[in-house]
Design a protein around this ligand. Structure first.
Ligand SMILES: [Zn+2]
Length: 246
């Protein structure tokens, strides 16, 4: 099975999985770049998989269905009906938090996390609950190391800025990442084993608690630390936009 990252919209990724000229597409927020890939490789689109219903993940469905009217659309209501026609099985996991019905998919060592986990970050809580959010982070924390994280946005530079701000003077690995990501257009996929060590939302080491204490938050549990990070990230976003415009 081949896996293609397709850059769509401003900073989204859609993912195309293919074997034997049959293709599945994850989160087609826009149709044209995906149709282009399908045409170039003479692929037939048989299935669309949606991690959640936000427009930047499903805006291209209608145009894809016009070209491939027999294609099946899979979401949280019918996920047990994923056709078993690629050369690798596709596993489905419920990963609520960003939304209350968010799904993640896994196939051939690729973990498609939509907006529930990004490189160096995670999606904010919209329709999910804090408990959902925490359970989903634990799920990723315990997911097999060898997986490659294929998320739905290129937010890595922004995540590196935030991480560097959080771990200021405690862990300086993020400065190198900022330098390198300023030059890179694509940083995804990334190994989940690395992600567990450097994504602040998956870190469990004492430095995390030390870093939050430096910002004035004395957290006694991992859940408390992760929710504090989420709140800090929610208000940090605008600073990053300002920084990256400079
Ligand atoms: Zn979303």
């Amino acid at each position: 099975m081949n896996v293609h990252a397709v850059k769509i919209l401003h900073d989204n990724y859609s993912w195309v999985l293919e074997s034997n000229q049959i293709a599945f597409c994850i989160d087609p927020g826009e149709a044209a770049p995906i149709l282009d890939l399908l045409n170039r490789n003479k692929l037939i689109l048989k299935c669309i998989l949606l991690t959640h219903e936000h427009e930047d993940h499903c805006g291209g469905i209608n145009d894809l269905l016009k070209k491939f009217p027999h294609c099946i659309v899979i979401n949280d209501k019918n996920y047990e009906k994923i056709p078993d026609i690629l050369d690798q099985k596709i596993m489905v996991y419920k990963t609520p938090g960003h939304t209350n019905n968010h799904l993640s998919f896994y196939s051939n060592h690729h973990l498609f996390s939509g907006d529930s986990l990004f490189h160096l970050g995670c999606g904010r809580i919209f329709s999910g609950t804090a408990d959902d959010f925490l359970n989903t982070l634990s799920f990723y924390e315990n997911f097999p190391h060898e997986a490659l994280l294929c998320c739905a946005h290129e937010y890595s530079l922004e995540g590196a800025y935030f991480s560097n701000w959080i771990f200021n003077k405690i862990d300086n690995i993020y400065l190198d990442l900022i330098k390198s990501y300023q030059l890179k257009k694509q940083t995804i996929p990334v190994s989940l084993s690395i992600e567990k060590k450097i994504n602040p939302f998956l870190r469990t080491d004492p430095f995390l608690f030390k870093a939050l204490a430096q910002h004035g938050f004395d957290c006694s549990t991992l859940s408390e630390a992760r929710l504090t990070l989420r709140k800090l990230k929610d208000t940090y976003q605008s600073n990053v936009v300002f920084l990256s415009k400079k």
